[in-house]
Design a protein around this ligand. Structure first.
Ligand code: NAP
Ligand code: ZN
Length: 348
């Protein structure tokens, strides 16, 4: 069976149709017929080779939802026809200390879904069954897709650092940021949104923000106001000023990675016992907890649905910062050859 998808041939290239013969399905792997794939800013970083880890041709996509079509001989839990999601991670060693304690995202042998293996902008994908996460019934596939990377990435540090009495800031109201606002609000936190675009104020409030400031005025307006600041932008800002938005014991957590080294005097951390840290996706248990929490609390990504054949238009919109707030691409029967795709949103 041939798989079809969209690939970049070299760094920064537009994506074009690409076909390949998959390896034989592994004993513990499942094959998934993809119906939806969210477009994360990390896909742009991968296509552009910003992190120097990309291999070409590169099929991006790591917010994948579809139905299981084949299972390997040793697959124990998943069954053909089941609706599942795949995020940034599609395998781990399974026996290191991090895997054993449910933090597979820290496994030294973490395998990323779309690095040196083709990702979810395709009709099919094969992954270890441990990283094909059942999607809760009632969560539409279009809404589930962005949760698999963006949702997981913002949920984990909120779970780790925030409590219901926390004052949480979210810097950047994009794919990650708009979900962070919703999760933080549902956890009971006092939520402040910071955006370069004033016109996002009303929507940010509707998504859970109690307060809204522009990114330019944020450090002044929110000085000493936050217990936790989630940074979802990858731009170089004056981090000394942003550190001053923290209260004593506050945590500044990078989810997006600015390029320049941080220039922070240790004294700015010592006085108020502040912490600067980072966070990467989440483990399997965290993923499943996040999906259940989102489903139970009505956390719904704001999505723009586009056909997979519109991928280049979608990527340009994302580059220009025009997306509100996540593009989700769906496969179409005629577009990538003859597909026998499962019916959308008929879970189970
Ligand atoms: P996105 O949808 O493009 O959102 C990024 C936001 O950054 C934009 O919406 C914008 O928000 C803000 N922004 C844009 N230009 C800016 C500027 N010049 N100065 C300040 N802010 C600016 O991207 P995303 O998908 O949320 O991803 C965000 C970052 O997280 C990416 O770098 C991605 O690679 C990374 N990421 C990390 C993980 C992880 O595990 N740590 C997982 C997924 C993604 P406003 O319009 O509100 O200003
Ligand atoms: Zn992502």
């Amino acid at each position: 069976m041939t798989y079809h998808g969209y690939a970049a041939a070299h760094p920064g290239a537009a994506l074009s149709p690409h076909s390949w013969e998959p390896e034989a399905l592994g004993e513990r792997e499942v094959e998934v017929a993809i119906s939806h794939c969210g477009l994360c800013h990390s896909d742009l970083h991968l296509v552009d080779n910003s992190w120097r880890v990309s291999a070409y041709p590169l099929v991006p996509g790591h917010e994948v939802v579809g139905k299981v079509t084949r299972v390997g001989a040793s697959v124990r839990v998943l069954r053909v026809g089941q609706r599942v999601g795949v995020g940034w991670q599609s395998d781990s060693c399974g026996h290191c200390e991090y895997c054993l304690r449910g933090e597979e995202n820290l496994c030294p042998e973490l395998r990323a879904t779309a690095i040196r293996r083709h990702g979810g902008l395709a009709d099919h994908i094969a992954v270890d069954e441990r990283f094909a996460h059942p999607i809760p019934e009632g969560l539409p596939s279009e809404a589930a897709a962005p949760l698999l990377c963006a949702g997981a990435t913002v949920y984990a540090p909120l779970r780790r650092y925030a409590s219901p009495s926390s004052r949480v800031g979210v810097l950047g109201v994009g794919g990650l940021g708009h979900l962070a606002l919703q999760f933080a609000r549902a956890m009971g936190c006092e939520v402040t949104a910071f955006s370069t675009r004033e016109e996002k104020a009303a929507e940010a409030r509707a998504m859970g923000a109690h307060h809204f400031h522009t990114t330019a005025s944020g450090p002044r307006r929110a000085k000493g106001a936050l217990d936790l600041l989630l940074v979802t932008v990858h731009h170089d800002l004056d981090w000394r000023k942003w550190l001053n938005t923290l209260r004593p014991d506050g945590v500044l957590c990078f989810l997006g990675g600015p390029e320049q080294p941080l220039n922070i005097p240790p004294g700015a951390l010592i006085g108020g016992q502040r912490t600067i840290t980072g966070s990467a996706i989440t483990g399997r248990a965290g993923m499943r907890e996040m999906l259940a929490f989102a489903s139970r609390n009505g956390i719904v990504p704001r999505t723009e649905l586009m056909g997979m054949d519109q991928i280049n238009e979608a990527m340009e919109r994302l580059r220009r910062g025009e997306v509100r707030y996540r593009v989700v691409l769906h496969t179409q029967r005629d577009e990538l050859g003859e597909l026998d795709l499962p019916t959308e949103d008929s879970p189970g």
